[in-house]
Design a protein around this ligand. Structure first.
Ligand code: HEC
Length: 287
């Protein structure tokens, strides 16, 4: 994907009403299904609320062109708000280094600090000039794209993020209904292993957080769509044959499984994943 750069336009509305921050007053309830829920340690003590689509449209827009959008399967011009800008406008800088984009089906993708600063992911309000009512379904999965979509126009996997030959993945959740502003310490870091763990298990931890957490959450973070939490994966990891076959080709074990198979995983990746879940000690899981 070619880097086309971001074009910042100041919206007339933003200028007329002064600092955008004053406009981001959270509503206590969801006035419409097209509104966005946000949660986090907001200044003033609130921990969740709603932003209307009109509030988001009134912010100075960022425009970015993606030469080939993975879900739309064509060139796409985005109009949106950078997630980092949204965090600032909500007064959460320094309070939330990690965020989760939660979708209507319980899928919840983690955006870690380094990813956020590398790729300028946008909360997308319009694609090619039109709103969510015209977006339809993802050409990749057939799932509804509305009400919010997050993507980055200038993504290219960073070579230093390769693990066992697997490049880092583009984060492009759609059907997003909530953004949770969290910290790494209270979420993903709790799933990492201590320094004494094997090298393979540590590589497995990176892959598991990247590829499994969005559907298999732990405690109050990560996805709920599988209905199978993180520690159940640990249980299954001791059954080598089941675990490896399930991860690569779920339907070969459960014909009705709705989990996508990781057919590109080679044996060393499966070894690392298994090592990770085996070395993860429930008692030591950081709180
Ligand atoms: C897009 C969502 C999604 C992702 C990503 C995902 N899974 Fe799943 N997984 C599911 C769903 C849904 C099920 C339940 C299967 C069903 O009955 O439909 C499941 C079930 C499983 C099971 C069987 C558990 C049981 O009790 O039946 C294992 C093992 C598993 N997943 C491992 C993994 C691992 C390891 C990863 C990461 C490499 C992963 N999954 C990534 C959605 C996902």
């Amino acid at each position: 994907m070619r880097r086309l750069g971001l074009l910042l336009l100041a919206a007339g509305v933003g200028l007329a009403f002064g600092p955008a921050r004053a406009e981001l007053v959270l509503r206590p309830t969801r006035p419409a299904p097209t509104d966005l829920e946000v949660s986090g340690p907001f200044p003033g003590g609130r921990t969740n609320g709603f932003l209307t689509r009109d509030q988001l449209l009134a912010l100075p827009p960022t425009l970015a062109t993606n030469a080939m959008d993975t879900a739309v399967k064509s060139r796409a011009v985005y109009r949106g708000i950078p997630l980092l800008q949204l965090r600032s406008l909500l007064g959460l800088d320094g309070r939330a280094d990690t965020l989760f984009a939660v979708c209507s089906d319980g899928y919840a993708k983690a955006f870690e600090a380094d990813y956020l600063s590398a790729f300028q992911s946008l909360l997308i309000l319009e694609i090619n000039g039109t709103g969510p009512e015209t977006w339809g379904r993802s050409k990749l999965t057939g799932l509804e794209m509305a009400p919010y979509y997050i993507n980055a126009a200038d993504f290219a996997p960073r070579p230093d993020q390769n693990v066992l030959g697997l490049p880092e993945d583009l984060h492009f959740p759609y059907g997003v209904v909530r953004i949770e502003f969290r910290t790494a310490a209270s979420t993903v870091d709790r799933l990492r292993l201590p320094g004494t763990a094997s090298a393979s298990a540590k590589q497995g931890a990176v892959i598991a957080v990247r590829d499994c957490l969005a559907c298999h959450g732990h405690a109050d973070f990560g996805g709920t769509m599988s209905g199978r939490p993180w520690l159940l994966l640990k249980t299954w990891s001791s059954n080598t044959n089941f675990f490896r076959r399930y991860v690569v080709k779920p339907k070969s074990i459960q014909p009705a499984s709705s989990m996508p198979g990781f057919t590109h995983y080679e044996a060393p990746v499966l070894d690392a994943l298994q090592a990770y879940f085996r070395e993860l000690k429930i008692g030591e899981l950081r709180r």
